[in-house]
Structure formats: structure tokens, C-alpha cells
Design a protein around this ligand. Structure first.
Ligand SMILES: [Zn+2]
Ligand SMILES: [Zn+2]
Ligand SMILES: [Zn+2]
Length: 151
């Protein structure tokens, strides 16, 4: 786990007057160590596998707290459960393939909506703390396949 991401979560909690309790620590670790976005039931399973003294409800409450503090945002991807996306440095960018469900993170590109965020804040008097940007369509492979099948 990257120390800075962990540090950022601790700081967000502390600034809002919350301590890093055991459930919060475990949920943060599970979120940061995962290579994909996890649903609440998946997070519960992983936390309980690490420490079965933690109650399911405290995992759910932690996710709600993290969402209210802007540490995570729920995103809906394949299936009925929201997947939790960690938004620490204020933004998170997705390209989602509607065919195969592949998610590309284009965080290595300069953020395309920083200026828009500022404009929205000015226009609506909104204090924006972050954004979760999602573009959807078909990935290259799926597009080729769909195109080939239609001939
Ligand atoms: Zn993501
Ligand atoms: Zn695809
Ligand atoms: Zn961005």
C-alpha cells in the first residue's frame, strides 16, 4: 500500500474529527490494496477474512463515512452492487467498455476538467471537492468484434 494514500485517508478522517479505528483501518487497506473496484459485500468478505472480530455493519458504516468524507464514491458497474472508487487526490477517471466491462484509468493524462470544475464552482457557488469522470462505449477489441459480426 502506498504510504501517501494511507496517510491521506488518516488525514481526511482526522480533519473531520474521526479516529482511525480498527474497522476504518481495515477497510482503507482493503480498498487501497485491491487492483480493481470492490463492491460492499466483497469489502466485507475481505475485511472479515483479515479480522473476524469486525462486524459487517461497521464495515458498511465505514463505507458510508468514507463516502461522506469524499474518500470513496460508489460507482455502478456490472451487477446490482455499487463498487467503491477511491478518490483521494480529488478525481478519478474511467473509460468503461459497455460490452466486456473493461475499465481503463486514464489518470496518467493531465486532468481534462480542472478548468470546468473551477467554472462550475464560480457559476453555482459550489465548493467542489472532487470529481468522478466516466466515459463509456466500446473498447478497441469489442468494437472490432462487433464490427466484424455485423458483416
Ligand atoms: Zn477506477
Ligand atoms: Zn470491451
Ligand atoms: Zn480529473
Amino acid at each position: 500500500m502506498s504510504k501517501s494514500a494511507r496517510q491521506q485517508i488518516v488525514e481526511r478522517l482526522r480533519n473531520a474529527g474521526y479516529k482511525l479505528t480498527k474497522p476504518r483501518q481495515h477497510v482503507a487497506e482493503v480498498l487501497l490494496e485491491s487492483h480493481r473496484h470492490l463492491s460492499a459485500p466483497e469489502i466485507v468478505e475481505l475485511v472479515l477474512a483479515t479480522d473476524d472480530s469486525i462486524g459487517r455493519m461497521s464495515v458498511y458504516r465505514t463505507l458510508e463515512l468514507f463516502a461522506s468524507l469524499g474518500i470513496v464514491r460508489p460507482a455502478f458497474q456490472d451487477g446490482p452492487h455499487a463498487h467503491y472508487v477511491v478518490i483521494l487526490d480529488g478525481h478519478h477517471h474511467h473509460l468503461v467498455c459497455q460490452q466486456c466491462g473493461k475499465v481503463v484509468h486514464f489518470d496518467d493524462m493531465p486532468c481534462p476538467v480542472q478548468e470546468l470544475e473551477k467554472q462550475l464552482g464560480d457559476t453555482y457557488g459550489f465548493h467542489i471537492s472532487g470529481h468522478f469522470l466516466e466515459f463509456f462505449g466500446e473498447c478497441h477489441e469489442c468494437h472490432q468484434k462487433l464490427h466484424a459480426e455485423s458483416h
